[in-house]
Design a protein around this ligand. Structure first.
Ligand SMILES: Cc1cc2nc3c(=O)[nH]c(=O)nc-3n(C[C@H](O)[C@H](O)[C@H](O)COP(=O)(O)OP(=O)(O)OC[C@H]3O[C@@H](n4cnc5c(N)ncnc54)[C@H](O)[C@@H]3O)c2cc1C
Length: 304
């Protein structure tokens, strides 16, 4: 099908983009990579009267890595972020999750911030932002605000962005020193949205015992679900921790729904199995990777 008619706007500065968004209000939509919006238009599931294409807006394509983490501009494509070595070194979960987003051709065009704005609870980057306690920078006619992930996602396909707001960047914090991460999921076919996905971060203390274990889930709840599973594995070395117990805890704490892709019970089963796997991988990464206590924030290995 063809999309319904719309007026096309192509601002070239952030100020122009914000003025256009304020003018068209709830009748407008931002167009970034178009990998979610264009299919919705073509299927006539959305019919905005105005499309505000931000692809020509200057200054939105930066990836900045500093001691706090990674700041990703609104025009950074998934593929560029995935390929960025400094971003992957600072926040390994970014590359671990991005390689699971759709297919390369979609990652070449789709933006990471667009994925967050789209707020699909099956999207990898929503889980990464939620697990790391990241935030979205939103600019509007009345100024800029930084919205923590916990407040940003308010329902399936629904963020707290107002119609006149542009998400200009997302911030992904560095995990604490001594942390390792992993992202595992089950999809029907490679590149499909996951039936269940789990992102995990495990943090070790100075004695290489587990200090904290957290996981975030996709396709399991209306907004990204983050669980603290520390109680099941705290104080154990990665090699002796009972990750299956953490998996059972996760399974008991998830309440997915049945849909055309899977039953709720199958999803809960997957949550248990994938949690154990993700935590084990994350703990191994924490123990063996460069991310050990005593590191400087650039991620360089230090003698222990
Ligand atoms: C076949 C297929 C498979 C896919 N599989 C996956 C998958 O497995 N995992 C996954 O995570 N994603 C998947 N995607 C989605 C892909 O990651 C999208 O690119 C992404 O969700 C949206 O990014 P975009 O830049 O294309 O946004 P667009 O499609 O341009 O916009 C999406 C929505 O976000 C809004 N928006 C975008 N940018 C901004 C902004 N800066 N400020 C305010 N609002 C904004 C738009 O107005 C629109 O409502 C898939 C897409 C396709 C077509």
């Amino acid at each position: 099908m063809k999309p319904p008619a719309f007026s096309y706007h192509a601002p070239t500065t952030p100020a122009e983009a914000l003025a256009t968004l304020a003018e068209v209000g709830p009748h407008g939509k931002v167009l970034a990579g178009g990998q979610s919006l264009i299919p919705l238009l073509n299927m006539r599931l959305a019919a905005p009267e105005h499309l505000v294409d931000i692809n020509g807006v200057t200054g939105l394509d930066r990836i900045d890595v500093d001691a706090d983490g990674v700041r990703v501009g609104a025009l950074v494509r998934h593929a560029r972020l995935e390929a960025d070595g400094a971003a992957a070194a600072a926040v390994p979960l970014l590359r671990q999750g991005l390689r699971l987003v759709a297919h390369p051709v979609i990652r070449n065009r789709g933006t990471t911030v667009g994925s967050l704005a789209h707020a699909d609870p099956s999207a990898e980057m929503t889980a990464v932002l939620a697990l790391l306690g990241g935030a979205v920078e939103a600019a509007g006619a009345s100024g800029t605000r930084t919205v923590p992930a916990a407040d940003f996602f308010i329902g399936p396909m629904e963020s707290c962005l107002r119609p006149d707001e542009l998400a200009v960047a997302a911030r992904f914090p560095r995990p604490a020193p001594g942390s390792g991460s992993a992202f595992v999921e089950v999809a029907r076919r490679h590149g499909d949205y996951a039936v269940c996905g789990v992102a995990a971060v495990v943090t070790l203390d100075a004695d290489l015992r587990i200090e904290a274990a957290r996981a975030a889930y996709l396709s399991m709840s209306p907004v990204p679900l983050v669980l603290d599973l520390t109680e099941a594995v705290a104080g154990r070395a990665p090699g002796t921790a009972d990750f299956a117990a953490a998996g059972r805890l996760a399974r008991d704490r998830t309440e997915p729904e049945t849909d055309i892709h899977a039953t709720a019970e199958y999803r809960r089963h997957l949550a248990g199995v994938l949690t154990a796997r993700a935590l084990r991988e994350a703990a191994d990464a924490a123990a063996h990777d460069t991310a050990v206590p005593g590191l400087d924030p650039t991620g360089t290995r230090s003698a222990r």
